[in-house]
Design a binder for this molecule. Structure first.
Ligand code: GDP
Length: 326
C-alpha cells in the first residue's frame, strides 16, 4: 500500500551499506528517529548472493530499506574494474529489490548518483535528463548499474505496486570521506594537500586542472537528512535529485579549504591534470517543492569535515610518506 506521508515510527529499518560514507551518515541521522535499525556485515551476508539476501531479509523482516550498499570508486577504479562495478552493483540492487518485493517490505529507497545523467546534460540537470544522451564514459559501468536500479524501482512499482523510490545525490563530502590522493574526490584531496602543505611549511600546493570548473557539493549529513525526509514524504516513480542547487569554482573551493585548514601558501594549477566536465549542477526544484532544503552551508560543512579529518584520518595518513603531493 502506497501512502505519503509514510510513518517511520517504530519501524524495523534495514540500512544496507551501513559502513560506507552515506550509510554511516544515515546511521547517525536515524538515531534521531524512533526506529529499530538493523544492519549486517559483508562477511555475514554477501548482497550479491540472492539466496543469502532472501534468507537474511526473511529472518529479520525489515519493514523499510535504505539501499546504500554499492561498489563505489573514482575514475581510476571504474576504468580498472569495469566488470566489478557493473556486476556487483546490478546484483546488489536486483537481489535486495526483488527480496523486498517478495517479502512485502513497505518502503525502499535506492541510493544513486548524479553520474547517471548524460555527460552533456543541460544545466542545472533536471530529473528528466535521464537517458537523453550518452554517459560520461569513465564511469558508465557504475552509471548503467544505477540506472538499472532506478528502473527496477519503477518496474516493481508499476507491476507490483511496491513503494520503491530512488534518490540521486550530487557530489558529497563530509565524515567518512576517502582521503587517498589518487582516488579521492576534490574536497578530501585538497583538504589533505592543504593540511600537509601547512604541516611541512610548503610555499604552495597543487590544484588539478585550471580551477575554472564549477561543482556543487552536498554535506553527507544533509544527504542523510534528505533521505529520511524522502522516505517519509516522497512516493513517486520519478527518481529525485538531492543537492544544494549552489555551485562554486574549483579555484574558490581551494581558497575556502585553505582558509579552513589555516594554510596561507599559494595555489599552483596543474594543467596536465584533467578539468573534467566544465559544470555539474543539479536542479533541486523537485525536492525543494516538497519541503526539503539543505541546511549545512559549504564553509561550515568544510570546517566539520576538517575536524573529522584531524580526529579520524590525519594521523594514519601523515604516517604514510606523502609521496603524491601533486
Ligand atoms: P568530478 O566532479 O567527477 O569531476 O570529480 P572530482 O571531485 O574528482 O573533481 C572535481 C574537479 O576538481 C575537477 O575539475 C578536478 O580537476 C578538480 N581538482 C582539483 N584538484 C584536485 C585534486 O587534487 N583531486 C581531485 N580529485 N580533483 C581535483
Amino acid at each position: 500500500m502506497i501512502s505519503t506521508p509514510f510513518d517511520l515510527t517504530g519501524k524495523r529499518v534495514f540500512v544496507a551499506g551501513h559502513r560506507g560514507m552515506v550509510g554511516s551518515a544515515l546511521m547517525r541521522r536515524l538515531e534521531r528517529e524512533n526506529v529499530d535499525v538493523r544492519t549486517v556485515d559483508r562477511q555475514h551476508v554477501d548482497l550479491r548472493d540472492q539466496a543469502a539476501v532472501n534468507c537474511w531479509i526473511e529472518t529479520v523482516k525489515p519493514e523499510v530499506i535504505f539501499l546504500a550498499a554499492a561498489k563505489v570508486g573514482g575514475i581510476f577504479a571504474n576504468n580498472r574494474y569495469p566488470a566489478d562495478f557493473l556486476y556487483d552493483n546490478l546484483m546488489i540492487e536486483a537481489n535486495v529489490i526483488h527480496a523486498a518485493y517478495e517479502l512485502g517490505v513497505e518502503k525502499l529507497l535506492l541510493l544513486g548518483s548524479t553520474c547517471i545523467y548524460p555527460k552533456l546534460s543541460p544545466q542545472p540537470i533536471t530529473e528528466e535528463a535521464l537517458l537523453t544522451g550518452p554517459l560520461e564514459p569513465t564511469n558508465e559501468w557504475y552509471a548503467i548499474a544505477k540506472i538499472a536500479g532506478i528502473k527496477l524501482c519503477q518496474a516493481y512499482r508499476r507491476q507490483h505496486g511496491c513503494d520503491f523510490i530512488a534518490a540521486q545525490p550530487t557530489n558529497l563530502y563530509g565524515p567518512g570521506d576517502n582521503f587517498d590522493l589518487e582516488t579521492s574526490h576534490v574536497v578530501p584531496a585538497l583538504m589533505r594537500k592543504a593540511h600537509e602543505a601547512k604541516r611541512l611549511a610548503k610555499p604552495s600546493m597543487t590544484v588539478w586542472g585550471t580551477g575554472t570548473p564549477l561543482r556543487e557539493f552536498l554535506h553527507v549529513d544533509d544527504l542523510a537528512d534528505a533521505l529520511v525526509f524522502l522516505m517519509k514524504n516522497y512516493s513517486g516513480e520519478m527518481h529525485i535529485n538531492c543537492g544544494t542547487g549552489e555551485e562554486i569554482s574549483i579555484a574558490n573551493l581551494a581558497k575556502m579549504i585553505c582558509r579552513t585548514v589555516g594554510y596561507n601558501g599559494g595555489l599552483e594549477f596543474d594543467g596536465t591534470r584533467p578539468d573534467g566536465t566544465p559544470r555539474k549542477l543539479t536542479d533541486v526544484s523537485r525536492i525543494n517543492a516538497i519541503g526539503w532544503h539543505h541546511k549545512i552551508e559549504l564553509l561550515e560543512g568544510l570546517e566539520g569535515a576538517y575536524q573529522w579529518f584531524l580526529n579520524e584520518a590525519a594521523s594514519s595518513l601523515s604516517n604514510e610518506a606523502m609521496t603524491q603531493t601533486r
